[in-house]
Design a protein around this ligand. Structure first.
Ligand code: SAH
Length: 228
């Protein structure tokens, strides 16, 4: 057993007691080493149910939120899934064990490159990630069976993402409302332009922002934070 094994078991039990019943989701969380996705200085906190910083003002989501979003996607092994907001790559790694292929988009190139290295090290070969504006979706690969957005949209999901979802498909996305509250929302596409919408749980996500961040926008010290 490695040093994280006991903490990992404790985390899985906590997730189960908080309503995560899907055993495939729990087992994927058990298999993916979260310590490989957090900065070195925070590795001992990897199995606490906490959001942690990953550099460039971004965060790796709390395990409970990752589990809740993954469970709400109702995945199967034939699904083609789009993720917007690769970040550390942790959510994509969890998804990769539960579906056929993950397409993930990140607007910060340094984060994307660090995530790609982790996928390589962990031999997760069914993830394709690019640096682009995920608010536009990924037209060449559309339509998707499932879409998961791990940054918060304002008022409503981007139209491009709703359009790139297959009929019968599910999108899970945090949305911020006019009163400042943020909720995790589930959109099920029932017809070409009709959706069944419900909220799942209140959340706190970094914002979904347009455009790719230019390389010269970074300070050298910010880039060091990403290279863990
Ligand atoms: N899923 C990540 C958590 C990501 S935090 C993980 O498991 O670690 C949200 C991420 O969304 C940030 O990295 C942020 O840069 C990214 N993001 C925000 N707006 C985006 C957009 N329009 N396109 C792609 N990525 C975006």
């Amino acid at each position: 057993m490695n040093q994280f094994a006991t903490r990992k078991i404790r985390l899985i039990m906590k997730l189960r007691s908080e309503g995560i019943q899907d055993t495939a989701v729990l087992s994927a969380i058990e298999k993916i080493p979260r310590e490989a996705f957090v900065p070195g200085s925070m590795r001992d906190q990897a199995y606490e149910d906490k959001t942690l910083p990953i550099g460039l003002e971004q965060t790796i989501s709390q395990p409970f939120v990752v589990a809740t979003m993954t469970q709400a996607l109702e995945l199967d092994y034939n699904h083609k899934v789009l993720e917007v907001g690769t970040g550390s790559g942790y959510q994509a790694a969890v998804l990769s064990l539960l579906c056929r292929r993950v397409y993930s988009i990140e607007r910060h190139r340094p984060l994307l490159e660090a995530a790609e290295q982790r996928f390589e090290q962990l031999k997760l070969r069914n993830i394709t990630a690019i640096c682009a504006d995920g608010m536009k979706g990924w037209q060449e690969q559309a339509p998707f069976d499932r879409i998961i957005v791990t940054a918060c949209a304002q008022i409503a999901p981007p139209d491009a993402l709703l359009n790139q979802l297959k009929e019968g498909g599910i999108m899970i996305i945090p949305v911020a409302f006019a009163d400042g509250s943020q909720k995790l929302m589930r959109y099920k596409k029932e017809g070409e332009d009709t959706f069944a919408v419900r909220d799942i749980v209140p959340v706190r996500f970094v914002p979904l922002l347009p455009n790719v961040v230019a390389r010269n926008a970074y300070q050298p010290q910010e880039l060091q934070e990403v290279a863990f």
